[in-house]
Write a protein that binds this ligand. Structure first.
Ligand code: BGC
Length: 882
C-alpha cells in the first residue's frame, strides 16, 4: 500500500475531501475504505513551467522558499522562439523525468496565456502573442511530460493577461477574441490528440541535434515494460488550472459557461484545478465543474459542498464527477510510482538535461541585427578570431537567466557567458577585458563604472555589451510600468558607442524593451532568459559555433505607445476591457501603418535562405497544405523558420491583415534545398460565429502568404474555398451577408487605426451590456486588502496582513519586495484561508468590517468553517450559475 507523503497528514478521508487539497502541494490520500479496499496515495503537485520547483519544507506560490535543485531550462519567452515543437517535446519529457525522480505526479505547467501586452509581468513564462504557436508548443510540451506518465497542468484558464489585481480583476473579452485568441491555444491542447502523437516522433529531433537521448530511451523502456502513459491521458492534458481573474463578470473557477464549454464542446476529460487561492465560492465552483481547490487544507470547501449535496442544493453528480476524475488520476499516479519503484536508478542523466537546456537556448536565441560596422568588411557577428574583445556589462558574469515568482527554479548548476568566453578565447586567440558597467541587481552605474567601461571599449577591436532588465524589473505578481531599460544602461550604451568601435549588444530580459541605441550598434543578439546553460549557449552563438535560428514569438514594438493599447496597460480599474479584440500583437501591426522595430516571426541567421515554388493544396480529407522550396544560399549550415499567413479578402467580419496558419523549422547545409510542406490550421481560415456560437469558414478567396516574418512575406498564392468543401474539421459555408448597419457599428474594427480602440467602439463590438460587478460595499471575502483600507478597522487589518506577509517574503530575491507589496495589497480577504488559514476568520473579518462585531464574534466562536455562511448566501446566487 502506498505510504502518505511526508507533508500530508494521514486522514480518515471521506471521498469529498478529495476536492480540496490536504496541503500546499498535495491532495488527501484516498483511504482503503473509500476505494475498494486499496488505499491510493495523495497526488503530489509542483511548479513550474521551465523547471521543477519541488518544495520539501517551506511552501509558497511565490518562489520564495527553497526547492530541490533542478535543471533550469529556458523560460517560454525564449524557448518559444525556437518555433520547434520537437524541442518543447524533449523539454517536457525531461521535466517529466525530473518529476518522476522527485515523486511529483502533476507538473503545474505549461503556461500558455496569450501575451496581450509587452508590460505583463509574467510574459517571461508565456510562449507567444499568437494562439497557434502557443498551442502547438504547449501541446508538444504536454505530450513530452505525459510520455513519462507524469501529468501536465496547463494554465491559466483564461484571460489572465495582467498581473495587476489578477486575483479579482474582470477580463471583459468579446466572444470572437475569446475563442479565436485566448481559448484557441487551450482548445488545441485538448483537441489535438492526433497532433501530439505525431509530435511523439521526436527521434528525428534528437538525431538532428546529435545528443544522446536518455529521455527517449526511458520513455521507450516504460512502454516496453507494459506501461503506456498515453493510454491514460488520451492526448489531453491531465489538468487545466483555472485562472485567478474573472472572465466576463464571473470568476474563472466558478465560470460554468467556461468550464462546461471545455467539457462539452472540446470533450475535455481531465481535471480542473484552481490556481492557488483562485476559488472564490465553494458551491458555484463545484457546480461549474471545478474538481480540485488548491492549496489546502480547505476543510470548509469539502464540508460546504458535501452539505450542499445533502441538502439538494447541488446535484450528487457534480460531486461524484469530481471524485471520479480525481480518483482516476490518483490511481494512475500510483501506477506510475509503482512502475518507477521497480528501479532505484535516476530516470535520466543530469548532464543530458543540462545539454538539452543549452540546445534549446541555442536554437531559440534571436539575432535581431547584424551589420557590417563602419570601415569593416564583414558583419560584427560571428566574432572574428585573434582580436581584442571588450566584454562590458555585469550580466556577462552574473547571468540573468530566469524569472521571479512561482516558476523560480533552484538550478543544479548555473553558468555565465564570461566563463564560457574565457574557454573560447584560449582556442580562438582573443584577448578579453572586462568592465562591469553597472550593478547587476539594479542596473545602476557610477562615474567610475562608466569610465572603466569607456576605457575598456577604447582599447578593444570589438565591444560586446551584455545588458537588459535586472530581475527586480519583472516578476509574477506585478506588471512593468514602462518598456524602458534602466536609464543607466542606456547611458552606458551611449558612452560605449561613442568609442567608435563595432558594438555587439547581448540582450536579456523576459519581455520587450525599448532599444533607443539600436541604430548605433552593429549587432543585437536577443537571449531573453536563457536558463542555466545560457552562458555557453550565448558564446556558441556569438562565435558562430551555432548559427542563430530563433524567430520572435512576439512583436517587438519600438515604443510602448505603438502597441494596440498604447500606455493604457496595466489597468487599475476592476474591469479590464480587451478593447483591441482580435487585434493582438502582429494582428494589430499588420493591420495598421505602425510598424514594430522587429516584427513577429523575425530572426536573422549567419547564412541566407531563399523561398521559392509556392504551392497550396487542399486534400480530399480536408487537410490544407502550403509548400515551398527553401534553399540555403549562404556558406554555413543554418535553420530557417518558414511561416504561412492567411489574409482574407472581403471578410464578412473584421479580420487581421495576417494570421499565422502554420510554420516549420528547416535545417539546411550550405547549398542544400528542401521542399517544406506545412499543414495549415483550418481554424485560421475561419472565425468564431458569435450568433451560432461555433467556428465558421466562409467561402471566398484567401491569400496564402509564405515568408519569414509577419512583415516579410515573399510568396503568395490564392486559395478559393467553395461552400460545402471540407477544410480540416470544418465545412466551408456561404458567407453571411453583413448589413451596412452592422458594418457601421463595427467600423473601427473593419478599418483599424493606429490610435487603437475606444471603449465605446468596444461596447458596440461586445454586443451585450458589460458585466456588472458586485458593489465594493458591503465588504465580502472577495474584497481586497486595498479595498478595506477605506475604513479605520480595515487599515488596521491591512497593516497586520502586510506585516505578516512581508515577514515571510524573501527580500534577498531581487524584485521580491515590490512583488510582495503589490500582491498583498491586491489580495482578496478569502486568501487568508489558503494554506491552512481558517475561513471562519475570513468571515469574521468581513462581518467586523461591515460593522457587525457581534456576528463576527459568533463566526469565530461557533462556526468551525464557513459552512453556514456560504449556505446563507445561496438564495442570493444568480439563477443559472449553479
Ligand atoms: C501561480 C500558478 C502557480 C501556483 C502555485 C500561483 O500564484 O499563478 O502559476 O502554479 O501559484 O505555485
Amino acid at each position: 500500500m502506498a505510504q502518505p507523503k511526508k507533508d500530508v497528514p494521514a486522514t480518515d478521508a471521506h471521498p469529498e475531501r478529495l476536492i480540496a487539497g490536504a496541503s500546499y502541494w498535495s491532495t488527501y490520500e484516498l483511504s482503503a475504505e473509500d476505494h475498494d479496499g486499496e488505499a491510493v496515495a495523495p497526488l503530489r503537485m509542483s511548479d513550474g513551467t521551465y523547471g521543477l520547483r519541488k518544495q520539501e519544507a517551506s511552501c509558497d506560490c511565490l518562489g520564495i522558499g527553497e526547492s530541490v535543485p533542478a535543471t533550469c531550462f529556458p523560460p517560454a519567452c525564449l524557448s518559444a522562439c525556437s518555433f520547434d515543437p520537437q524541442l518543447l517535446y524533449l523539454m517536457g519529457q525531461a521535466l517529466g523525468e525530473e518529476c518522476l525522480h522527485e515523486s511529483v505526479d502533476l507538473l503545474l505547467g505549461p503556461a500558455i496565456n496569450v501575451k496581450r501586452h509587452p508590460l505583463c509581468g509574467r510574459n517571461f513564462e508565456y510562449f507567444s502573442e499568437d494562439p497557434l504557436l502557443s498551442g502547438k508548443l504547449g501541446s508538444a510540451y504536454v505530450a513530452g511530460v505525459q510520455s513519462t506518465g507524469v501529468g501536465a497542468c496547463v494554465k491559466h484558464f483564461v484571460g489572465n493577461s495582467q498581473e495587476t489585481d489578477r486575483m479579482t480583476s474582470d477580463s471583459v473579452i468579446d466572444d470572437r477574441a475569446l475563442h479565436e485568441i485566448y481559448l484557441r491555444g487551450f482548445e488545441q491542447l485538448v483537441c489535438s490528440a492526433e497532433d501530439q502523437h505525431r509530435t511523439h516522433d521526436f527521434g528525428e529531433a534528437a538525431r538532428r541535434k546529435g545528443e544522446s537521448n536518455t529521455a527517449a530511451h526511458s520513455a521507450k523502456t516504460a512502454v516496453q515494460q507494459g506501461y503506456s502513459p498515453d493510454g491514460f491521458f488520451c492526448g489531453q492534458p491531465a489538468a487545466i488550472m483555472t485562472a485567478y481573474n474573472r472572465l466576463n463578470g464571473i470568476y474563472c473557477s466558478q465560470n460554468k459557461q467556461l468550464l462546461q464549454f471545455a467539457r462539452n464542446t472540446w470533450g475535455y476529460r481531465g481535471i480542473f484545478v484552481s490556481d492557488w487561492g483562485a476559488m472564490s465560492q465553494s458551491i458555484p465552483s463545484v457546480a461549474a465543474g471545478l474538481d480540485l481547490c488548491m492549496p489546502g487544507p480547505r476543510l470548509d470547501h469539502s464540508a460546504t459542498v458535501a452539505k450542499a449535496v445533502k441538502d439538494g442544493l447541488l446535484p450528487d453528480s457534480s460531486l461524484t464527477g469530481c471524485e471520479e476524475r480525481l480518483t482516476n488520476l490518483m490511481v494512475h499516479a500510483q501506477q506510475v510510482r509503482a512502475h518507477r519503484a521497480q528501479t532505484s536508478a535516476l530516470p535520466y542523466c543530469e548532464a543530458d538535461h543540462l545539454a538539452l537546456a543549452q540546445v534549446i537556448a541555442e536554437q531559440s536565441a534571436v539575432l535581431l541585427k547584424n551589420e557590417v560596422p563602419t570601415g569593416g568588411s564583414v558583419a560584427a557577428l560571428p566574432l572574428g578570431k585573434d582580436q581584442r574583445l571588450a566584454v562590458i556589462g555585469a550580466f556577462a558574469k552574473h547571468s540573468r537567466y530566469q524569472g521571479s515568482g512561482s516558476a523560480r527554479v533552484n538550478p543544479v548548476q548555473l553558468d555565465a557567458a564570461w566563463e564560457a568566453l574565457q574557454e573560447v578565447s584560449d582556442v580562438q586567440g582573443c584577448q578579453l577585458t572586462y568592465a562591469a558597467g553597472y550593478d547587476p541587481n539594479t542596473g545602476e552605474t557610477t562615474p567610475t563604472l562608466m569610465d572603466e567601461a569607456l576605457r575598456c571599449a577604447q582599447a578593444a577591436d570589438t565591444v560586446v555589451v551584455f545588458l537588459g532588465l535586472p530581475a527586480c524589473y519583472e516578476s509574477e505578481g506585478v506588471d512593468r510600468q514602462s518598456m524602458e531599460l534602466p536609464a543607466d544602461m542606456n547611458a552606458l550604451m551611449d558612452v560605449v558607442c561613442a568609442a567608435s568601435k563595432p558594438v555587439v549588444a547581448v540582450l536579456y530580459g523576459g519581455s520587450v524593451v525599448e532599444l533607443p541605441w539600436r541604430d548605433s550598434v552593429s549587432s543585437i543578439l536577443l537571449m531573453y532568459l536563457p536558463g542555466c546553460q545560457g552562458g555557453h549557449a550565448c558564446v556558441n552563438l556569438l562565435t558562430g559555433v551555432v548559427n542563430p535560428s530563433g524567430h520572435l514569438a512576439e512583436s517587438w514594438p519600438a515604443k510602448v505607445q505603438d502597441t494596440a493599447l498604447g500606455v493604457n496597460y496595466p489597468v487599475h480599474t476592476p474591469q479590464v476591457f480587451y478593447t483591441e479584440s482580435v487585434f493582438v500583437g502582429y494582428r494589430y501591426y499588420t493591420s495598421v501603418s505602425v510598424k514594430p522595430a522587429y516584427p513577429f516571426g523575425y530572426g536573422l541567421s549567419y547564412t541566407t535562405f531563399t523561398l521559392t515554388e509556392p504551392v497550396v493544396t487542399v486534400q480530399d480529407s480536408g487537410a490544407v497544405y502550403a509548400q515551398c522550396c527553401v534553399t540555403n544560399v549562404g556558406n554555413c549550415e543554418g535553420a530557417e523558420v518558414v511561416q504561412v499567413y492567411v489574409h482574407v479578402k472581403d471578410a464578412s467580419v473584421p479580420r487581421a491583415a495576417q494570421e499565422l496558419a502554420g510554420f516549420a523549422k528547416v535545417h539546411l547545409k550550405p547549398g542544400e534545398s528542401s521542399q517544406v510542406p506545412i499543414e495549415l490550421d483550418a481554424h485560421v481560415f475561419g472565425y468564431w460565429d458569435t450568433k451560432a456560437s461555433k467556428w465558421r469558414v466562409d467561402s471566398g478567396v484567401y491569400e496564402i502568404g509564405i515568408g519569414v516574418s509577419s512583415e516579410d512575406i515573399s510568396l503568395c498564392e490564392e486559395l478559393s474555398l467553395m461552400a460545402g468543401q471540407r477544410l480540416g474539421c470544418l465545412v466551408v459555408q456561404a458567407p453571411t451577408l453583413v448589413s451596412s448597419a452592422e458594418r457601421c457599428v463595427l467600423g473601427p474594427y473593419f478599418t483599424v487605426k493606429p490610435q487603437g480602440f475606444t471603449q465605446s467602439a468596444f461596447r458596440a463590438l461586445y454586443g451585450k451590456g458589460f458585466p456588472v460587478l458586485p458593489p465594493t460595499r458591503p465588504f465580502t471575502p472577495d474584497s481586497s486588502v486595498r479595498d478595506i483600507k477605506v475604513t479605520p478597522l480595515g487599515r488596521l487589518i491591512a497593516r497586520e496582513i502586510h506585516k505578516h506577509g512581508m515577514a515571510q517574503g524573501a527580500t534577498h530575491i531581487p524584485g521580491m519586495q515590490s512583488m510582495m507589496e503589490a500582491m498583498l495589497d491586491s489580495m482578496p480577504l478569502r486568501n487568508l484561508a489558503t494554506g491552512g488559514g481558517s475561513y471562519s476568520l475570513v468571515i469574521a473579518i468581513v462581518d467586523a468590517l461591515n460593522g457587525k462585531p457581534v456576528k463576527a464574534l459568533g463566526d469565530l466562536l461557533s462556526h468551525p468553517d464557513a459552512l453556514i455562511h456560504e449556505l446563507e448566501e445561496i438564495p442570493a446566487l444568480e439563477e443559472g450559475k449553479l
